[in-house]
Design a protein around this ligand. Structure first.
Ligand code: NAD
Length: 266
């Protein structure tokens, strides 16, 4: 298979549900061994790990909160301990706590920044140390790849979601800065910005016919995304086929960032 990841060791944060689950599967399908981070419940990660393991690659679940410094380090250390190395980090974990800005509590703002932005920094920092220690093995292009899960809301303002948009905007500059800083070590850092993808995070929108129709009006391509729409490009970004791609973001959004309000307008 092109874009093969055989023998690579990957950590996917929030890898047990939604987009993260699809990414865990996609990396395994491409041959990678996968550490599947879970946060609140071990069951889904363990089941997914069993399923992946039956397919022939190694996988295991690993609990931890990416916003806690000791957990963030442990996730990487345990991946290295159990898989022998780490080659790929997909920083996917994320939350929403929505409220109009005038009503948003300081703790609600801080919590989303801590998980969605600080968490990405903490896990990336430990992973990069291992990548640098490992160096570029013979036959490989790079010492490691970090994929930062962002969102169209790193670019598109989102009323009622100031904490989330601020965090994702921050992820964009974190990604670029780490890419600049780590390039000399042959570490690639890339962003992926999904539009509206059907998962638990936005179930109340896509499961309601009226709200789903309104959402589709924002998507020139005319459909709400599926988790595989994001997972497949992530698999490619992690592979050596994307060897010259660093410090940039791939928007996987059915055209949501194309200012759809201008279609047929003048
Ligand atoms: P989801 O709720 O299914 O997944 C979120 C994951 O993050 C879960 O596995 C959860 O356990 C994990 N998580 C939450 N807090 C954590 C913490 N403190 N430590 C570790 N893990 C934690 O939703 P999803 O849509 O699959 O979201 C995955 C990522 O994709 C998020 O970063 C989200 O912002 C981003 N995203 C989603 C969409 C969408 O439309 N679904 C669009 C753009 C970006």
């Amino acid at each position: 298979m092109s874009g093969n990841l055989t023998g690579r060791a990957a950590l996917v944060t929030g890898g047990d549900t939604g987009i993260g689950e699809a990414i865990s599967r996609e990396l395994a399908t491409r041959g990678a061994n996968v550490a599947i981070n879970w946060h609140s419940e071990a069951g889904p990660a363990e089941e997914l790990a069993d399923e992946i393991s039956r397919g022939g690659t190694k996988a295991f679940g690993i609990g931890g909160d990416v916003s806690r410094e000791e957990d963030a380090s442990r996730l990487v250390e345990e991946t290295v301990a159990r898989l022998g190395r780490i080659d790929i980090l997909v920083s996917n974990a994320g939350i929403q706590i929505d409220a109009p800005a005038l009503e948003m509590k300081a703790d609600e703002f801080r919590k989303v920044i801590e998980v969605n932005l600080t968490g990405q920094f903490l896990v990336a920092r430990t992973a990069a140390k291992h990548f640098i220690e490992q160096g570029v093995d013979e036959g490989r292009c790079n010492a490691g790849v970090i994929v930062c899960m962002s969102s169209v809301h790193d670019t598109v303002p989102w009323a009622g979601h100031a904490n989330y948009a601020a965090a994702k905007g921050g992820v964009n500059m974190l990604m670029k800065t780490l890419a600049q800083e780590f390039a000399e070590h042959r570490i690639r850092v890339v962003g992926i910005s999904p539009g509206a993808i059907k998962t638990d995070i936005n179930r109340q929108v896509w499961s309601d016919a009226g709200q789903a129709a309104k959402l589709r009006e924002l998507i020139p391509y005319g459909r709400i995304g599926e988790v595989e729409d994001v997972a497949k490009p992530v698999g490619w970004l992690c592979s050596d086929e994307a060897d010259y791609v660093t410090g940039t973001t791939l928007y996987v959004d059915g055209g949501m960032t194309l200012y759809p309000g201008f279609i047929g307008n003048g």
